[in-house]
Design a protein around this ligand. Structure first.
Ligand SMILES: *Cc1c(COP(=O)(O)O)cnc(C)c1O
Length: 349
């Protein structure tokens, strides 16, 4: 295997002098989803970004951002995070031998994400505010002190995240008809759109997909055209009221002839459950919002049978064990060591 930066060097702003800080990110599975295909009435694929080294697509951008920070001689990186950016920043900074500072919002960071930062040596500070406050603070600190900002406002993050689109085209042989994905800070929809366009210009794809972005109903500033002061959703990774790449997301939507719509927490959790129970794919709640959106559009007969629909499953289910446990509502029972009793209990008799 080769580092993502090496593989797609021709499409990335790197030179032979760029030190490549890699954990073998990318090359994630594109899983055909037969049952969802049936439900949606099109050919559905799941791009399982949970298979990245820190369990989310953030690694694609972070390998670029930290490599470029290293090239520029940075000794420390800083980010605001709903969880996954910090997990990626902390891991790649550790790999690069850099200090990492992470600002997370008060509460609402999923347990798995916090856990994976703990042993890296990163400085984690919780701010008495939301994600948007954290982002303002890291901008302030990186403007005034010698630390490199690695949020998706860092253009190298977006550059690295383009590689998700490259992999999809490399695997399908062309762009899909549609791409469905969650939208939070809107860096990823920006990156995918840039990636598809770059690949088409290079003659690697004959067409561009239509971009379908989905925000959580309680955190849908782009859908409503207005900042959300107190964003709320079970999908903590997209609990963002003032997306940094707002305008670029609108560009991706409009240039591709797509939509950005809202899905409710109930729709997100329904899709989250279906992915597990019908496809065996465990993602975190935010990741399911693209699938929730595709299911919603399918009810309006949006898709044709030959359409290909790639849903980006942005992060691993283990990131947020709490939501899985509470959504299932199931207690694990303790039973005696008795074969016949077990058989009866399990309905095998
Ligand atoms: C960061 C993140 C998102 C949102 O991506 P944006 O680039 O902020 O729109 C969605 N899902 C997961 C799991 C994430 O970590």
């Amino acid at each position: 295997m080769v580092a993502l930066i090496e593989k797609y060097k021709a499409f990335l702003p790197v030179t032979d002098e760029t030190p490549v800080i890699s954990l073998q990110e990318g090359n994630t599975p594109l899983i055909p989803a037969p049952r969802l295909s049936q439900r949606i009435g099109a050919q559905v694929y799941l791009k399982f970004e949970g298979a990245n080294p820190t369990g989310s697509f953030k690694d694609r951008g972070m390998t670029m951002a930290v490599s470029k920070a290293a090239e520029e001689g940075a000794k420390a990186v800083i980010c605001a995070s709903t969880g996954n950016t910090s997990a990626a920043a902390a891991a790649y900074a550790a790999r690069a031998g850099m200090k990492c500072i992470v600002l997370i919002p008060d509460g609402k960071v999923a347990l798995g994400k916090l856990a994976q930062v703990q042993l890296t040596g990163a400085d984690v500070v919780q701010i008495d505010g939301n994600f948007d406050d954290c982002l303002r603070m890291v901008r302030y600190l990186s403007d005034n002190y010698p630390v490199a900002l690695v949020n998706s406002v860092n253009p190298f993050r977006i550059e690295g995240q383009k590689t998700g689109a490259f992999e999809i085209v490399d695997e399908l042989g062309d762009s899909p008809t549609y791409q469905a994905m969650p939208v939070g800070n809107a860096g990823n929809i920006t990156a995918y759109w840039a990636g598809y366009k770059a690949y088409k210009e290079a003659g690697k794809a004959s067409r561009l997909p239509t971009m379908l972005g989905f925000q959580a109903a309680g955190a849908a500033p782009i859908v409503h055209g207005a900042m959300v002061e107190k964003p709320e959703t079970v999908a903590t990774a997209i609990r963002i009221g003032n997306p940094a790449s707002w305008q670029k997301a609108l560009t991706a939507r409009d240039e591709s002839g797509g939509v950005i719509q809202a899905v409710t927490d109930e729709q997100i959790l329904e899709a989250y459950g279906l992915l597990s129970s019908e496809e065996g794919v465990f993602c975190e709640p935010a990741s399911a919002s693209g699938v929730a959106g595709a299911l919603m559009l399918a009810e309006q007969h949006f898709f044709k049978p030959d359409d290909s629909v790639v849903c980006i499953l942005t992060g691993h289910g283990l990131k947020d064990p709490g939501t899985a446990m509470s959504r299932s509502g199931k207690e694990v029972e303790v039973l005696p060591v008795d074969g016949e009793n077990l058989a009866a209990h399990l309905g095998l008799k």
